[in-house]
Design a protein around this ligand. Structure first.
Ligand code: MN
Length: 134
């Protein structure tokens, strides 16, 4: 364990399992949610270091979820990476505009996913360092 907790919000159990194995192999701790409401509750209760969020989920979809995260004073700075099946041009812009920090298209490339996780964690650390020194 490297003490970094990642929330995985994904309704497809096969995808969740693959992501869990990958992250465990890299030493990350993981929290799993199978819908948007469960993910929001886990984020508020556990304050993970980052959230991977599927766009198409029941109850709250990924775009609704990230908007609620950004409005919540307790978790508004949570780094978020969108997981999406539609790789249409413009989707990345929509996800970023709605408040996501990163974006990975399905089928998920594990090297790309790890790179995006590390990039977003580093970005969050830099922001914290800047706000501490301000
Ligand atoms: Mn889904």
């Amino acid at each position: 364990m490297n003490n970094t907790m990642i929330l995985v919000a994904e309704d497809n159990s096969t995808n969740r399992e693959l992501i869990r194995e990958l992250l465990h192999a890299r030493g990350y701790g993981i929290l799993e949610a199978s819908d948007g409401e469960e993910a929001l509750a886990l984020a508020k209760d556990n304050k993970p270091a980052l959230a991977l969020i599927d766009i198409q989920m029941p109850k709250l979809d990924g775009l609704q979820l990230v908007r609620l995260i950004r409005q919540d004073p307790e978790i508004r700075t949570l780094p978020t990476v969108a997981l999406t099946a539609f790789a249409m041009r413009g989707d990345r812009e929509i996800a970023i505009e709605q408040g996501f920090d990163g974006y990975v298209t399905k089928p998920i490339s594990f090297p790309l996913l790890l790179t995006e996780i590390e990039r977003c964690l580093a970005l969050a650390n830099n922001k914290q360092a800047i706000s501490r020194s301000a």
